[in-house]
Design a protein around this ligand. Structure first.
Ligand code: ATP
Length: 348
C-alpha cells in the first residue's frame, strides 16, 4: 500500500516499463485522423522510476497553477540532453490533470511528480505513455487509502474509468496501464503482453505468451516524431507488395496468439523461436527512408546472433531478440562502441 510519509502527505513509487511491438500492422484510418493498428505489444524490463507525492495545497510553493509539478532526471547522457518538457506538455502532467478533473469536489492536494528516465524519448518505446500510466496507478493507489481512513479526499476510479483517463493522454497509455506498470516492490503485471487493436485501446492481454527472450535495444540517438511517420506512411500509399504480404502474416499470427486452441503459436515457453518469423513492423521501411541508421543497427544485431531484429513502434529504436543473455549483452557492448545508445533488458 502507498506510504503515508507525514501528516496528510502520501508518496508512491512506480516502475514504468518500456514496450516493444513484436508485430505492428496499420489496418485503417479513422475520420478523426487516428490510425487503426493491430499490434502484439510486449513490455520489457527497461523502466523509468515515477514517484508521486501528494501534499496539502500550499499557496506559497512555486507549483504550477493547478498544483501539479513535474521534475525529470536522467543519468544517461543521451536522455539528459533530450530535455523532456516538465510543463503541461509532459504526459505525466497530463495524466494527473485528467485524473484530478474526474474528482469532485476539487482536489485540495498538490502533486509532485518525479520521473527518473532510463527510456529514451520519441523512440518508439512508449516511455512517455508509461510514465503517464504510472501516475494514474499511483494516484489511484493513494485514493484507495480513503477507505482505510485519514487519506486525501480522492475518489478511487474503477478500472474502466482509469482506462478512459489513460486513453485521454494517448493511444499507448491503456496498454501501459494494464501491462507495463508495477508498484515498487510489488509483482510485475500478470501479463506483460497484449494484442492491441483499434487505435491501441482495445486490448487483449496474452498471459500465456512467455517466450522470454533476452532483448538488446539500440537507438541511433535520433528522435522520431510519430506524427511524421504516419504522414509519410500515408504518402507512400501504405505499403510495398513485400510489406503487404508480411502484414497478412502479422495479422494471422496475432489472431493465433489469442486463440486458445491456436496451436502451435500459444502455449508459452515451447513456442520459443517458432513464432519469431511472424514478427513484422509495417512502418519500418517508411522510417528507414529518413533514418537509414536503423538498417545498420539491425545488421549489427543480426551479426551478433539475434534471432530477430526489428524496429519498435514508430521507431527509431531497434530491438534484437536473443536466445542467451550473454549474446544480447555482447550486442549491446558492440553497438555502444559504435557510438549509439543501447540497453540490455528482458520480457516482463
Ligand atoms: P509512443 O510509442 O507512446 O509514441 P515514444 O517512445 O515514441 O512513445 P515518447 O517517449 O512518449 O515517445 O515521447 C514523445 C514526445 O513526448 C517527446 O518528444 C517528448 O518530448 C514528449 N514527452 C512528454 N512527456 C514525456 C515523458 N514523460 N517522457 C518522455 N517524453 C515525453
Amino acid at each position: 500500500m502507498p506510504g503515508l510519509i507525514d501528516a496528510d502527505c502520501y508518496q508512491v513509487k512506480y516502475r514504468a516499463y518500456a514496450k516493444i511491438n513484436l508485430t505492428l500492422n496499420v489496418t485503417g484510418r479513422r475520420p478523426d485522423g487516428y490510425h487503426e493498428l493491430e499490434s502484439v505489444m510486449q513490455a520489457v524490463s527497461l523502466c523509468d522510476d515515477v514517484t508521486v507525492r501528494l501534499t496539502p495545497k500550499q499557496k506559497h510553493m512555486k507549483l504550477q497553477r493547478d498544483g501539479i509539478h513535474v521534475a525529470v532526471t536522467a543519468r544517461d547522457t543521451y536522455i539528459k540532453q533530450q530535455c523532456v518538457p516538465v510543463d503541461g506538455r509532459n504526459s505525466a502532467y497530463k495524466a494527473a490533470e485528467i485524473f484530478f478533473a474526474k474528482q469532485a469536489p476539487p482536489v485540495t492536494y498538490d502533486a509532485d511528480i518525479r520521473i527518473h528516465k532510463r527510456i529514451p524519448a520519441a523512440a518508439g518505446l512508449a516511455g512517455g505513455s508509461s510514465d503517464a500510466a504510472a501516475v494514474l496507478r499511483a494516484l489511484n493507489d493513494i485514493a484507495s487509502l480513503r477507505q482505510t481512513g485519514g487519506a486525501p479526499h480522492l475518489r478511487r476510479l474503477p478500472e474502466d474509468e482509469l482506462l478512459e483517463c489513460a486513453l485521454g493522454v494517448g493511444a499507448d497509455v491503456p496498454f501501459c496501464l494494464l501491462c507495463a506498470t508495477s508498484r515498487e516492490g510489488a509483482a510485475p503485471p500478470p501479463s506483460g503482453a497484449a494484442l492491441a487493436t483499434g487505435i491501441g485501446e482495445v486490448l487483449r492481454p496474452l498471459p500465456g505468451f512467455k517466450p522470454g527472450y533476452a532483448v538488446a535495444l539500440a537507438n541511433p540517438r535520433v528522435e522520431v516524431s510519430t506524427a511524421r511517420v504516419f504522414k509519410e506512411f500515408k504518402l507512400q500509399g501504405a505499403a510495398s507488395a513485400m510489406s503487404a504480404m508480411s502484414a497478412i502474416k502479422c495479422t494471422e499470427y496475432a489472431r493465433a496468439l489469442t486463440n486458445p486452441c491456436g496451436e502451435p503459436l500459444c502455449g508459452g515457453e515451447n513456442l520459443r523461436g517458432r513464432e519469431i518469423v511472424h514478427y513484422f513492423n509495417v512502418l519500418e521501411d517508411t522510417v528507414i527512408g529518413f533514418c537509414p541508421q536503423i538498417k545498420g543497427l539491425k545488421a549489427r544485431m543480426e551479426e551478433s546472433g539475434a534471432l530477430c531484429a526489428l524496429m519498435s513502434g514508430s521507431g527509431p529504436t531497434v530491438f534484437g531478440l536473443f536466445d542467451k543473455t550473454v549474446a544480447a549483452s555482447r550486442a549491446v557492448a558492440k553497438i555502444r562502441s559504435g557510438g549509439d545508445w543501447a540497453a540490455l533488458c528482458k520480457f516482463i
